[in-house]
Design a protein around this ligand. Structure first.
Ligand code: MD3
Ligand code: FE
Length: 201
């Protein structure tokens, strides 16, 4: 089921069903562990993060950026599992973006009590490519506004298996995730996992 939530933004409810996705997350995290990055201001980000693919999103006292190496190990990020790349390409194509080939997959892990404040994603060199996001595990309330910080925001519940594609006029929209409610999911336990596929370079 395709749900248009604004110009350039589409929710594909239940599109991600493949158990390989969570197996892939587990395999990535064995090599590149989930960790709390520091912000440039010296605070810890509440969401735990890791990456796979050629480039990974990182943050430290020097700023936010994409890097080919995991700063914890000095090694390249683990390769993007085939099931990840295939899902991202299929979802983008369903939303009208044919030929999406992500080079970066950020994996976010939320536990109850954790949120992600309103922000824009502007660290990518290729703003013409969409972003594909996959929600797994505990449900979350997603906030989605306009390209101006003051634009009104709407809220959408995102459940296990929901995929959202953001591109074109939605690419620079302000967005965030409300504080995760307590609960347990059969596949992830007390956690929500979000995969975010991007063309960073
Ligand atoms: C709307 N992650 O990692 S994914 C992020 O659920 C991030 O973990 C959230 O925002 C999460 O940067 C939301 C959905 C998403 C991703 C990118 C967007 C929504 C977006 C870019 C533009 C507009
Ligand atoms: Fe974001």
């Amino acid at each position: 089921r395709k749900e248009m939530i604004g110009p350039g933004a589409v929710i594909l409810r239940g599109f991600a069903q493949d158990p390989e996705l969570l197996q892939g997350v587990a395999r990535v995290a064995e090599v590149a562990a989930f960790r709390h990055f520091q912000t440039p201001g010296g605070r810890q980000i509440g969401v735990q993060m890791t990456n796979c693919g050629a480039l990974g999103w990182i943050s430290d006292r020097r700023g936010y950026r994409y890097d080919a190496q995991d700063p914890l190990t000095g090694q390249p990020w683990p390769a993007m599992p085939d099931a990840f790349a295939a899902l991202a390409r299929d979802a983008a194509s369903q939303a009208g973006y044919v030929g999406f080939s992500p080079d970066a997959c950020l994996i976010n892990r939320y536990v109850p009590g954790v949120k992600m404040g309103l922000h824009q994603d502007r660290d990518e060199a290729r703003m013409e490519a969409p972003i594909v996001s996959v929600s797994l595990g505990l449900p979350a309330m997603f906030q989605f506004g306009g390209t101006d910080r003051k634009d009104p925001v709407r809220r959408y519940a995102l459940d296990h298996g929901d995929v959202v594609v953001w591109g074109g006029p939605a690419r620079l929209a302000w967005h965030g995730v409300l504080t995760l409610k307590d609960g347990a999911h059969p596949d992830t336990g007390r956690a929500r996992i979000n995969l975010t596929f991007r063309r960073a370079a």
